[in-house]
Design a protein around this ligand. Structure first.
Ligand code: NAD
Ligand code: DAU
Length: 355
């Protein structure tokens, strides 16, 4: 069966790695990258594969029903891998409605358009929704998120992603649309937009700027190399069971402060700095409102049923990530000019964080 896959958000961080993997591993598939190119979308992320014969880019908004419908029809789409979203928690605190629009309304628009286009013939069709572990809420010092953990989102971002997950499940139960959902922990790696903790800190160390750590740096995240996430998505796309959810995570928990200290150490070594140089940049700032204490995924289902495990240790993945940023200074400079400066100044130097 010929697969014509619409990947939404394929110019973003994770989406670009998914697009590249699908293009390279499945030359007989047609991959259509549908992305609105918001501040987080960047065609430089997919520059190396833009001339691949099985690749098409469409600039489009998932909230625009006509644009979505046209893309589905023109390319006879039978598979959707949906990553397009507003993805940054801090921005969701400032502008929650933008997250409701894209993540809830956009996902509903996409589902509805697929239902119309597939018109009840769901043979060999799939709507794959990429979601987050944040829908499960916040853990205490122990325990894990399982696929059947009750949803308990606490930020406008996670609430909007939970809303999108519910809408996907509703289309499964109500219309029998073939869907699959994965909920992944924190990703890191090449092409990560430098508003998120790891790339923001790499950029600030390069520029000898302060490293803003929220609160006491005690919050815990479970970090996964983005290329391992793309591999998991590939596996679930091909082998996942319809109607199921799969958790994806690295079994790799770090407090923010320990993570940043490791990052500082690795960067000092690579930059030829004296030991301890970058740690001096660490600055504790006002905490994020409603800051979830800890995320930790149990990915046993994915391991036992589909055989997925992460391929790199955190130390290896972090080292590769730093190397990528040091070798791609032009990419970093481009995305940290213009609007990024305004965002950074308003968020960190304005009243919000007291940096
Ligand atoms: P990102 O912000 O880097 O990229 C999002 C992409 O979506 C961008 O290319 C942007 O242009 C596009 N987009 C935004 N609004 C759009 C719209 N209305 N129509 C079409 N395109 C639009 O995000 P990311 O970190 O790559 O996350 C991708 C997906 O994975 C999201 O759904 C996110 O919730 C999920 N996720 C992310 C992480 C993580 O750690 N980054 C972890 C788990 C799940
Ligand atoms: O868990 C998956 C989620 O991970 C994804 O769904 C989100 O799209 C993604 O952005 C990420 O959310 P987080 O809020 O965990 O990631 P972020 O990089 O923004 O923050 C990681 C931790 O670092 C968090 O505890 C907040 C803290 N932090 C973040 C920034 C940007 C700081 O201490 N200082 C900072 O400047």
């Amino acid at each position: 069966m010929q697969k014509n896959i619409l990947v939404t958000g394929g110019a973003g961080f994770i989406g670009s790695h998914v697009v590249r993997r699908l293009i390279q591993n499945y030359p007989d598939y047609n991959i259509i990258n549908f992305d609105a190119l918001t501040y987080a979308g960047n065609l430089e992320n997919v520059k190396d594969i833009e001339h691949a014969p099985n690749y098409t880019f469409i600039k489009g908004d998932i909230c625009d029903a006509n644009a979505v419908q046209q893309a589905l029809e023109t390319h006879q789409i039978n598979t959707i891998v949906h990553l397009a979203a507003e993805s940054h928690v801090d921005r969701s605190i400032t502008d929650p409605l933008a997250f409701v629009r894209t993540n809830v309304m956009g996902t509903a628009t996409l589902l509805h358009a697929a239902k119309q286009f597939w018109n009840g013939n769901f043979n060999d069709k799939l709507f794959y929704h990429v979601s987050t572990d944040e829908v499960y809420g916040s853990l205490g010092e122990t325990g894990f998120f399982y696929e059947d953990t009750a949803y308990d989102p606490r930020s406008p971002y996670s609430a909007s992603k939970a809303g999108s997950d519910h809408m996907v499940m509703a289309f499964y139960h109500t219309y029998h649309m073939p869907i699959v959902i994965s909920n992944c922990s924190n990703n890191y790696g090449p092409n990560h937009f430098p508003e998120k903790l790891i790339p923001l800190s790499i950029n600030n160390i390069i520029n000898k700027k302060q490293l803003p750590i929220y609160g006491k740096g005690e919050n815990v995240r479970d970090w996964l190399y983005v290329i391992d996430h793309a591999a998991a998505i590939d596996l679930i796309l091909h082998k996942g069971k319809i109607g199921e959810t799969y958790n994806i995570g690295g079994h790799n928990e770090w407090t923010n402060i320990d993570l940043i200290k490791l990052l500082c150490k690795q960067m000092d070594e690579k930059l030829g700095n004296a030991a301890g140089t970058s740690e001096q940049l660490i600055t504790f700032v006002t905490d994020r409102a409603g800051h979830d204490l800890r995320y930790a995924i149990d990915a046993t289902k994915l391991k036992d049923e589909l055989g997925w495990i992460p391929s790199v240790t955190f130390e290896e993945g972090l080292s590769k990530t730093i190397d990528w940023y040091l070798n791609n200074s032009e990419w970093l400079q481009k995305v940290t000019s213009g609007d990024y400066i305004k965002y950074y100044e308003a968020y960190y130097k304005g009243s919000s964080k007291n940096l």
